[in-house]
Design a protein around this ligand. Sequence first.
Ligand code: NAD
Length: 339
Amino acid sequence: MVKVGINGYGTIGKRVADAVNLQDDMKVSGIVKTRPDYMAFVASRKYKIFVPDAKSKKLFDDAGIKVEGYIDNLIDDSEIIVDATPDDVGKENKPIYESHKIKAIFQGGEDHELTNLSFNAYANFNEAWGKDYVRVVSCNTTGLIRTIYPLTALGNFKVRANLVRRATDPNDHKKGPINSIEPDLKIPSHHGPDVASVLKGLDIQTMAVKVPTTLMHVHFVNIIFDRDQDREKIMSEWKKYRRIVFVSGKDDVKSTGQLMEIARETGRSRSDLYEIVLWKDAVSVKGNELFYYQGIHQESDVVPENIDAIRSMLQLKGKEDSINQTDKSLKIGELVYGR
Ligand code: NAD
């Protein structure tokens, strides 16, 4: 069992921690928290807690939450760190990992240049094999790569995608209440170049708006192939991949609210929806162009990717075995509703 330290126990960190402990080849050695908030109380029931510095230690001592030690102690007792701290904090942490010569995974809020290896299990598991530093791409980029990568079997293409982004996560009270739609004025939005950091050479342009919702993102994707396409062939390519699932408006699934309701009905931890969800009835082919909508559960789609990145970097299992094991542990692919 390899020991995995989790630095940053928020939306992503707590999910990755629980997913690590569901595997039979890895376990959580501890988590780093900065403040003794309610989530620290929750975490202290499951995990050893470490802090970054003496100031945090005093806060925890005053709150009566047991601290096992400092981040250096956690690193010394781990074989890899998953850094799930907020955007741009990972780059400040990297020198700490380098000085301890420990491998580390960063998240999509960091720039590609931090690791020069951006990761998606389907697209480039083998590129991360044995590597010291890897960045798992963001929730939106993971969603785009999951459904674009299978299409590489059908010819060359370019991608034009529009993203409707949730404004923030459900627990984030600081960014609400809100009542507006906010276009990303940088075109392409960072998602297109981010996809191309994994699917190298892909011609992809993306635009994005943020809307006042917390549940999920929705993408409208247009793929322009170099040859005419057949809808059934596209569907059968996608169906080879468990991390993509289909729903149908005919079954009255017409919104992200209903997708979250389906996730709740599966009884999964935190109602997580690790798969990218495509509306089957809207998948349309006109000559050489493909159009589709997809839903992305931003809080959870990157979780299986982190598990597979750990296996690749520590050379624990090959691509197929790792993905199969991760999927089985998280019950990915069991949600076959609407196929
Ligand atoms: P979050 O704010 O929910 O959690 C971050 C946690 O790290 C918080 O508990 C915070 O208190 C803690 N923290 C802050 N500074 C720290 C430090 N110096 N050391 C240790 N812990 C520290 O953030 P998140 O949404 O989990 O995002 C983490 C990363 O994952 C970011 O790079 C983000 O872009 C990426 N990501 C987020 C989402 C999402 O939708 N939330 C999806 C995919 C990827």
